[in-house]
Design a protein around this ligand. Structure first.
Ligand code: PMP
Length: 397
């Protein structure tokens, strides 16, 4: 740290947000010759050309002026149609007024937290968890209360589970929200309909909001999409949904997503967008609309590839007899304990040095993460196979 007095002169909440343990490893190993990078949550596929083409056309048409704060009407209509197609049911259609276009899922999450949690408030987060939940809460002044997921043997293999009793015990008069990320980064935990129902009942009973991060809802390996709060909620339930184009359509660098919220909050959310980013670049929004309207084939292709990569990785690690994991039902992460590993941060550095594979240490994901590694398998099955062999060799050696 350079000048401590400057750090003392800024808000404590901003200063206290920790460096991401994923970024730390990435900085340690970046640039190594031949390294297979599985530490960051993105794939190797470029954005499909038809999506980039929509942005190019927008630039050429001179769409370079300030944009609608809530998002272009055409994009919000495309989101509503997409949601009705994927999450609708008889009697359940989505309206454009429920959707607010944001600068990626992260900005949707920021807005959700600004709406709900400030100094003195608490939010419950099942852990291990994506570190940005806690960091965003810390910056807003709120406190994160972690509730550990449990890795248990179901008879048909290991499975992550969330015990609603433990969530109930973590609720205090200060609790404002439950942050529910399913399918989850980093564990792959995918809430069952019963788990979702139990969480919704708790939220109703205690007057809590749910921040539902279902960004991996379509990256699901057991048929169709993952179970969603949409399947069980009533219109009056207090749920904010975080979504992004980043993962489904290989658009991590475009920075576009959305927040889904009750229509009554529209003017407030519009203000929060105005006073943070003032909206998403119009060409990016055109690209997002193209992805939602014409992106199913790409998603199908990506899912098949992810499944092959997941299976190669799980088979190779399982064969070592030294790796313990629940095969992820959703998301593109394997969260895996290596036998005898007590310091995952040091081990991740050794794996960079000795196996030339980049992993994210479990400690980056908060309580319950020590002893595990997060392995992102969103790459072609051949290089995942190669990475799995290197890891298996390292584990045996
Ligand atoms: N939620 C989860 C669980 C994530 O893993 C990520 C990205 N790693 C996001 C939200 C944010 O996505 P985006 O890149 O669109 O900001």
């Amino acid at each position: 740290m350079t000048n401590p007095s400057l750090l003392d002169a800024i808000r404590r909440e901003a200063r206290d947000a920790r460096q991401s343990g994923i970024v730390e490893l990435f900085n340690y190993g970046r640039g190594r010759e031949g390294l297979i990078p599985l530490w960051v949550g993105e794939g190797d596929l470029p954005t499909p050309p038809f999506i980039a083409e929509a942005a190019r056309r927008s630039f050429e048409a001179g769409e370079t002026f300030y944009t609608a704060q809530r998002g272009l009407p055409a994009l919000r209509a495309a989101i509503a149609a997409y949601m009705t197609r994927c999450y609708g049911a008889p009697g359940r259609a989505f309206a454009p007024d429920q959707f607010f276009v944001t600068t990626g899922g992260m900005h949707a999450l920021q807005i959700a937290m600004r709406l709900l949690a400030g100094p003195g408030d608490e939010a419950i987060v099942p852990t291990p968890a994506w570190p940005n939940f806690e960091a965003a809460l810390t910056i807003s002044g709120a406190r994160t209360v972690g509730v550990p997921l449990e890795l248990s043997d179901t008879g048909a293999g290991l499975r992550w589970r969330l015990d609603p009793e433990r969530v109930a015990r973590a609720i205090t008069p200060r609790t404002r929200a439950l942050v529910v990320n399913t399918p989850a980064n980093p564990t792959g935990w995918t809430a069952s309909p019963q788990e979702l129902q139990a969480l919704l009942s708790l939220a109703r009973d205690h007057g809590l909001w749910i921040i539902a991060d279902e960004i991996y809802g379509r990256i699901f390996f057991e048929g169709g999409r993952a179970p969603s709060f949409h399947d069980i909620m009533e219109p009056e339930d207090r749920i904010l949904f975080v979504q992004t184009l980043s993962k489904n359509w290989a658009m991590t660098g475009w920075r576009v997503g959305w927040l889904e919220a009750p229509q009554a909050l529209g003017p407030v959310i519009e203000n929060l967008i105005q006073y943070s980013t003032s909206g998403v670049a119009t060409p990016t929004q055109r690209a997002a609309a193209a992805a939602l309207e014409h992106g199913e084939d790409f998603l199908t292709h990506q899912l098949a590839r992810l499944r092959a990569s997941r299976d190669v990785l799980c088979a190779a690690l399982s064969a070592t007899g030294r790796a313990r994991f629940a095969t992820p039902a959703g998301s593109f992460y394997l969260f895996c304990a290596f036998e005898g590993m007590t310091d995952s941060r040091a081990a991740a550095m050794r794996i960079v040095d000795e196996a030339n594979v980049g992993l994210a240490p479990g400690t980056a994901f908060g309580p319950g993460g020590e002893g595990f590694m997060r392995i992102c398998f969103a790459r072609d099955p051949e290089s995942i196979g190669e990475a799995a062999e290197r890891l298996a060799g390292w584990l045996r050696g």
